[in-house]
Design a protein around this ligand. Structure first.
Ligand code: TYM
Length: 335
């Protein structure tokens, strides 16, 4: 009984360094990771192998991979308490991904919304990596026997697939993987595009006014928020009929940890200009110290190197143990 209490549950999550990180990544994922780090044994990964499912300039990819690691630490993820590492440094991820690919169906992968959206845009020339992407994600999660996966709402379908793949593997061979649960924040789960609040805020959008980057300067944040699309109703309500305003309220809630009702009641009799000014100030107040720490960390590459190296060592130990189990159960001869 007592040893159960001692044993912390495991968290795995990651962000791909395929573009500069947005406020969506911060509020949907990173901010929650920080709040969970004391209760769980956490693996937070920079998923560079996921980033290369779309073409990356090698120099940019290297730069962004370190930047993402620096953002994790600068946001308050303690590298002493958590395992921070780069996905490609733990080859077990690629190997497990192949073993799980051989236990996955074309049908289930074709049904993934993100794949369907992208294949509609790209047609026949869509990369095979994008098709297999959720299997690599399943490998990430299952290798650590993760109990909880804190992500934004857009990743829930991929997580469901990881659960299906894990259950199938357990049933086909014998119990091997923990079946992971998703963990989605209440208000930051889906931060919307500032220009089109029917879409999620995304780093791949062409118009920079659609998103706030974690590293945007205060002037840029003010400008982008002041241009955010609202509506002609003119009253601050938390309603699906006012998606632009709802999004701004959600941003306040996610940063301040308060409820939408509290925000709405504090704006009684006030207008959108007041709301926008406050939202910009709240974002700036939250991000400025993070930005300062990121810049400092990026000037000390040796420190970052120490963190990702020791992280990869710790992660490899856990991942290889699961990988060996998988290989043995499938019938591969141990080395
Ligand atoms: P990625 O890199 O697209 O996004 C990283 C995290 O940020 C969340 N997120 C958002 N949350 C709220 N509002 C938004 N607008 C928004 N945009 C992004 C995402 O939900 C995610 O939590 N496949 C994953 C990375 C990954 C992963 C994993 C995650 C690879 N392996 C294993 C968890 C576990 C992805 O592309 O996330």
């Amino acid at each position: 009984m007592e040893s159960n209490i001692e044993q912390k549950k495991v968290i795995f999550s990651g962000i791909k360094p395929s573009g500069d990180l947005t406020l969506g990544n911060y509020l949907g994922a990173i901010k929650n990771w920080v709040s969970l780090q004391n209760e769980y044994d956490c693996y937070y990964c920079v998923v560079d192998l996921h980033a290369i499912t779309v073409k990356q300039k090698p120099a940019d990819l290297r730069k962004r991979t370190l930047e993402v690691l620096a953002i994790y630490i600068a946001s308050g993820i303690d590298p002493e308490k958590n395992t921070l590492f780069i996905q490609s440094h733990v080859p077990a991820h690629s190997e497990a991904s192949w073993l799980l690919t051989c236990n996955s169906y074309m049908g289930e992968l074709s049904r993934m919304t993100q794949y369907k959206d992208k294949s509609q845009k790209m047609g026949e020339s869509i990369g095979a990596g994008l098709f297999n992407y959720p299997v690599l994600m399943a490998a990430d999660i299952l290798l650590y026997n993760s109990d909880l996966v804190p992500v934004g709402k857009d990743q829930i379908q991929h997580l469901e697939l990881a659960r299906d793949i894990a259950t199938r593997f357990n049933n086909t061979y014998s119990p091997t993987f923990t079946i992971p649960e998703g963990y989605v924040p209440k208000e930051g789960a889906k931060i919307m595009d500032l220009q089109d609040p029917s879409k999620k805020m995304s780093k791949s959008e062409e118009n920079p006014n659609c998103y706030i980057l974690i590293m945007d300067s205060p002037e840029v944040i003010k400008k982008k928020i002041s241009r955010a699309v609202t509506d002609s109703i003119g009253i601050i309500n938390y309603s699906d009929d006012q998606p632009g305003v709802k999004n701004l309220i959600n941003i306040i809630c996610a940063i301040k940890g308060i409820s939408p009702q509290e925000v709405v009641s504090s704006y009684e009799g006030k207008g959108y200009a007041d709301l926008k000014r406050d939202v910009a100030d709240i974002i700036i107040e939250e991000l400025t110290p993070v930005q300062e720490r990121v810049k400092k960390l990026l000037s000390d590459k040796k420190y970052l190197e120490e963190i990702y190296r020791s992280g990869a060592q710790k992660a490899s130990f856990a991942a290889n143990k699961t990988l060996r189990k998988m290989q043995k159960k499938i019938g591969l001869i141990p080395k």
